[in-house]
Design a protein around this ligand. Sequence first.
Ligand code: CP
Ligand code: NVA
Length: 306
Amino acid sequence: MNHFLDLWPLASGELRSILDNAKSRKAARKGLPKGTVDKDAPLSGRTLAMIFEKNSTRTRVSFDMAIRQLGGTSLVLNSGDTQLGRGETVEDTAKVLSRYVDAIMIRANRHADVEALAQFASVPVINGLTEKSHPCQILADLQTLEEAGLTLKGSRIAWVGDGNNVAASFIHAAPKFGFSLSVASPAGYDPDPKDVERARAEQGRIDLFRDPKQAVAGADVIVADTFVSMGDKDADKRLGDLAPFKVSGDLMRAANGGAKFLHCLPAHRGEEVDADVIDGPQSLVFDEAENRLHAQKAILEWCLRG
Ligand code: CP
Ligand code: NVA
């Protein structure tokens, strides 16, 4: 069963073929209305159920359009409207949904629930963000960087801010794609040491910093994310602790000339990034958002066609 819960279990070659498929599908349908189905309609007759325990704009709309462009259909389940929201078990939900649909995408509060869903489902399960990781996002990010001309192998990506779920998926991706990752975060906001250890064991280069300027020295890309993620309760403390990690024009200039800026969105201008950076010429954020669609088409195809 091809679940897509995290990048770890996928071989580099498999991830490469997903990225290449995303790019070639994107190129093949250039200029078509967004609702037009791809010529080969590879997922014709397939239905994707999407479960949301947290808010979403990009993940929800890009997955919905992705399955439609592949010839399939979708249904969106806000978990609060389902029996899951009233305490029905993940196990029973997995078994029941598997009788109706061909794949399940879930955005969940607890990563362990996504693992349980995959364990008990007889159809592929895709992680659409948990508190621990956001693997779909990272494939879109890497596609965006390659399309902007960056060779991932040997490049240096700097993550600045909270060592959160999105940072974790960058750490997972580093050994798979051969880029080095510098993470700048304040004490108490470090990435999960288990992720760092595993990436290093797989020959990934991960460097941890407290000083954002040091982390971005020599970087080809700077990545930021919100200082307050969905489910975080200590918003005021976080905004205070993370304030020195804002990506400003000054910080961009401390990286390599022409360094690219990424942010998974939603963004908070003036908090984690200044407007002149995210809305400036080095920013790729809207290509990045678009590529959620293309990357997820390739993920869906990998899950459902093997
Ligand atoms: N980047 C991202 O996952 O956005 P949404 O929360 O809008 O889905
Ligand atoms: N780290 C953010 C990402 C949102 C797409 C969050 O979890 O809320």
